[in-house]
Structure formats: structure tokens, C-alpha cells
Design a protein around this ligand. Structure first.
Ligand SMILES: *Cc1c(COP(=O)(O)O)cnc(C)c1O
Length: 372
């Protein structure tokens, strides 16, 4: 009996979560963030399923080129990465939008000239302290970019929030205030909100024309995690936000063995049976992206019942305490998905849902279920 870890992707859940984004940010065009293999859900298939979005965002030029090669038309924004004039030419040839986050990239675009991209998003660091130009540099860079893009080009303004998942923090309001100043007389589109801001900061996706914001341009939102049905907010489970997990990460039991009290399980004999125990072994390990740090009691679902991981997670296998659960080799084990949120597994493993989803292993088979 063999087993293979699979990630079953529910197409309809992805589309449902996109509708949730639209209902929370009415009037805002949506850039579906599908970097990192669409958070493990499969880059090209996620793009096809989410074709109702107004565009896509990826981290790297290479990801964008893969999408174009697969025939994905429409807007694709490259969030980071244009390092050379060649990169700028690739972006131009493939009709990609690029984010400019450093003055050096303006030099690059000037060198590429008409061969470079026509759509540029100037990223301003309003307090995240990672990528972005200083607010004071914006007017000078805008003037240069306008010349470089010419009449056919389009310049948009964006920023990224550091703490939108923490409503107790005052950082987001401070960042929004800095950005409001930068965009005070901005005559075109902007973009601010990630998933957490879509869910928790309406001010990050307000329609231009409100308050002191000029009534021109649109405010694009950039959801990632919530599209996949996970919650970025620690105190708000995805289900309470109306989101549906799009991935079920599963494998199968390949052995079920009674072990007498006192027996050790796994590398280092880390776990000792305190009573007679039924131990199941499932065909999934850290090479599939199951977190090694789950060795201490992370829940899994076996035939719909909760059981716990025991002993160390190995490269290809995990052991599970199946005492009291009806189970046989071949039975399905759900690592996360419906009934077991990836956020809960992440907490047990001392990490975040983002890391677990993005780290799904290369040998995991993805199956798309598209019963609309
Ligand atoms: C990854 C990313 C997003 C999406 O963030 P989520 O928290 O997954 O919604 C949005 N904007 C930028 C610039 C990003 O890098």
C-alpha cells in the first residue's frame, strides 16, 4: 500500500472568497495576489480559477513570465524584483506592470526607454520599513517616471501596511496618514490594502473622493491569504469572516499498529506510550511541507475524528495516536482543510498559515475540484 500527500483545491471556494473581498471593498478593483505558487494552491490553475479578478500580483518577474507563457492575459503586477535593464525589457515585452520601490529602478526604466514597461506602481514606504521610496522623494521620482512612461504610460501609487493584522496597534493609522499626505493631489489610481486591511481597515480601501482624497482614480486592493480562505486576524477565525478554506491537505494511513505501554515512537524515541496505544503512520512528512515543529500534539483528522501527531515528524511520515478511533491503512488523513483550519495547525507548530501554505512540497500532487 502506498500513499501520497495531495492538496485538493476547491475552485468554488476560491471564487467565493473573491466575492467576499468584493463585498468588503465595493468599487475597488481586485489584484489577486498569487505569488509563491498562489500560496501553495498552484500558480497557473489559481489564475485560471480567479479569472474574475481585475488583475494578478506576483512577487517575481519569473512568476509573471510563467503566467504569460500559460496564456494568462490581463494585468499582472510584479511586486518586487526588476534589477536590470533586461528585466525592464522583459516586463515591457510581456506587458507586465512593475512596482518601483527604489530610485535605482527609475534609472533602470530610463535606460530601457520605450522598451520598458508602460504600467508602473511607485511604492512609498509609509512606515513598513522594507521596500518603498521615502515620501519626500515622491515628487521628484514622479516627474522622472512621467517623462519615462510618456503619454501611453500609466503611473500609480501604492504602499504596504506592516501591522494591519493588529487592530490594537496605532501603526496602521499612522501609515494611512502619511499616505494620505503623499496622495493629496494624486490624479490617478492607488493601492494600499492587503487581506488584513480589507478585513479590518476600511480606511485603507476607501473610494477616492472621500475626505480630502481627490475624486479621481481607483483604490485597488491586494488580497492574498483571505482568497485562500485563511484569516490573517489572530482573534477572528476564517469561518467567522465568511471565508472558506480552498485547500485540503491530505494523505493516507499506510500502517496501523498496536503498541504496548512503554514503547517509543519515531526518531530519538521522543514519544513514549503511557498506555497501550494504537499508532497510525501517515504518508506525509516535512518534505511535503508538513511542519517539523508539529511533533508535539498537532491535531489531524482521521476519518473525520481529531487525533494527535506523536513523536517527531520525519521527512516522509508522521505517527498519529489513533487509540479509540476506527481506522485502517488506506484511510484518509486531513492535515488541514475543512474542519481543521491551517491557522490552528500553524499555531501548534509555532508558525503562521502563510508559511505552511507557501511551503507545500514539490512532490505534493495538486488536484483541482471544480464542481461549480
Ligand atoms: C503578499 C502581499 C500582499 C498580500 O498579502 P496578504 O496578507 O496575503 O493579503 C499584498 N501586497 C503586497 C505588496 C504583498 O507582498
Amino acid at each position: 500500500m502506498t500513499g501520497t500527500a495531495v492538496a485538493v483545491i476547491q475552485a468554488e471556494s476560491l471564487r467565493h472568497n473573491l466575492r467576499v473581498v468584493r463585498s468588503l471593498a465595493p468599487g475597488c478593483p481586485v489584484l489577486a495576489v498569487i505569488k509563491a505558487n498562489a500560496y501553495g494552491h498552484g500558480l497557473v490553475s489559481a489564475a485560471r480559477i480567479l479569472e474574475g479578478a481585475d488583475g494578478f500580483a506576483v512577487a517575481r518577474l519569473d512568476e509573471a513570465l510563467v503566467l504569460r507563457a500559460a496564456g494568462i492575459a490581463g494585468r499582472i503586477v510584479v511586486l518586487s524584483g526588476m534589477l536590470s535593464t533586461d528585466d525592464a525589457r522583459f516586463a515591457g515585452t510581456s506587458d507586465l506592470d512593475v512596482v518601483v520601490h527604489d530610485p535605482v529602478q527609475v534609472d533602470t526604466l530610463e535606460r530601457a526607454g520605450a522598451a520598458g514597461p508602460r504600467n508602473v506602481w511607485l511604492k512609498v514606504d509609509t512606515g513598513m520599513g522594507r521596500l518603498g521610496v521615502e515620501p519626500s522623494a515622491v515628487p521628484g521620482l514622479v516627474a522622472r517616471l512621467r517623462i519615462c512612461l510618456g503619454a501611453s504610460g500609466n503611473l500609480r501609487l501604492m504602499t504596504h501596511l506592516a501591522s494591519a493584522d493588529d487592530p490594537a496597534s496605532d501603526v496602521t493609522e499612522a501609515q494611512l496618514a502619511v499616505f494620505r499626505e503623499v496622495r493629496r493631489n494624486w490624479p490617478a489610481d492607488i493601492s494600499i490594502a492587503n487581506s488584513a486591511a480589507i478585513l479590518a481597515y476600511p480606511g485603507a480601501h476607501e473610494t477616492p473622493g472621500t475626505g480630502d482624497i481627490p475624486p479621481v482614480g481607483r483604490n485597488w486592493v491586494r488580497p492574498g491569504l483571505m482568497l485562500y480562505g485563511a484569516s490573517p486576524l489572530p482573534d477572528k477565525p476564517a469561518a467567522s469572516l465568511g471565508l472558506r478554506p480552498a485547500m485540503s491537505f491530505e494523505s493516507r494511513l499506510i500502517a496501523v499498529r498496536p503498541m504496548p505501554r512503554g514503547r517509543h515512537v519515531g526518531y530519538g524515541g521522543d514519544w513514549t506510550a503511557g498506555r497501550d496505544t494504537v499508532v497510525g503512520v501517515a504518508a506525509v512528512g516535512y518534505a511535503d511541507g508538513y511542519p517539523w515543529h508539529s511533533s508535539r500534539g498537532t491535531p489531524v483528522l482521521v476519518n473525520g475524528s481529531r487525533a494527535r501527531v506523536i513523536g517527531r515528524v520525519s521527512m516522509d511520515l508522521i505517527s498519529i495516536d489513533l487509540t479509540g478511533i476506527e481506522a485502517r491503512p488506506g484511510d484518509r488523513v486531513v492535515l488541514w482543510g475543512e474542519g481543521l483550519p491551517v491557522e490552528e495547525v500553524a499555531r501548534c507548530a509555532g508558525t503562521i498559515a502563510y508559511e505552511l501554505l507557501a511551503a507545500i512540497g514539490a512532490r505534493v500532487v495538486r488536484q483541482v475540484d471544480d464542481r461549480a
